[in-house]
Design a protein around this ligand. Structure first.
Ligand SMILES: C[S@@+](CC[C@H](N)C(=O)[O-])C[C@H]1O[C@@H](n2cnc3c(N)ncnc32)[C@H](O)[C@@H]1O
Length: 229
């Protein structure tokens, strides 16, 4: 039995901040736009699977053979560039933190458009300021304008591109990842104990400061809501 905690599996003591800002928004968008069958492209460990539990929605996750994640929740092993589904199959597409890992993002967006039904929505979560990860398959960062161009150019209607934060969150979140390196050496290193409470404290302060920080030109990432005509 999956539990609620597992749907927030991504949130650890060093990245609670970003996921506490993004996860509730994803949940709202799924509740608003998803029904029928949804496709989670590059699902990894399918961290949002519990958002669709008991909703009657069928949540299908695809990921490619080279995934570095546990494949327990991958339903179909497939590349984002060639989805093994007929056109107009899905009522909703979710694609979180994947676009930056695709060397041919346009090709994957066209493929998502093909398998999505007309008037159905897709939600992409895409970093703008984020350190290198899952190397060497980490290719791009996207601005709000780049995302608008990419989705329109490849046939989607852009409904909204939501900046997730201002400068304070971006700075704090990246500092948390940076400070992790000083925990090296394990429990005999005093910083191993001291860093987690410090990170939790600065994230909590930043979470509240984000409410009055409108410097969205520094947004750590964007949530793009797009629709097929
Ligand atoms: C940062 S992880 C995000 C995973 C998940 N969407 C999440 O939000 O936790 C990036 C995912 O994209 C997948 N990926 C990268 N290139 C891909 C490709 N060409 N086709 C399908 N999946 C791909 C990776 O295997 C990985 O699971």
């Amino acid at each position: 039995m999956l539990n609620k905690k597992k749907s927030f599996k991504l949130a650890k003591f060093y990245n609670w901040l970003i996921f506490s800002l993004v996860n509730p928004r994803i949940k709202l968008l799924i509740d608003k736009y998803a029904n029928g069958i949804i496709l989670d492209i590059g699902c990894g460990e399918k961290p949002y699977r519990n958002f669709t539990l008991n909703s009657g929605i069928k949540h299908i996750g695809i990921d490619h053979i080279e995934s570095l994640h546990n494949r327990l929740h991958v339903d179909v092993v497939s590349n984002a560039y060639g989805l093994p589904f007929k056109e107009n199959t899905f009522n909703f597409i979710l694609c979180t933190y994947v676009l930056e890992h695709l060397e041919e993002p346009a090709k994957s967006i066209k493929e998502a458009l093909r398998v999505l039904k007309s008037n159905a929505y897709a939600v992409y979560v895409v970093p703008f300021f984020w350190h290198l990860h899952e190397e060497p398959r980490d290719f791009f960062r996207y601005s709000i304008h780049g995302l608008q161009y990419l989705f329109e150019k490849n046939g989607f209607v852009v409904v909204d591109i939501i900046p997730v934060s201002g400068f304070i969150v971006t700075f704090t979140q990246e500092m948390c990842y940076y400070l992790l390196r000083f925990r090296a050496g394990g429990i005999f290193n005093p910083l191993w104990w001291l860093i987690p409470p410090f990170l939790l404290f600065i994230q909590l302060v930043s979470y509240f400061l984000n409410k009055i920080d409108h410097s969205t030109e520094f947004s750590i990432e964007y949530i793009a809501v797009v629709r097929k005509r």
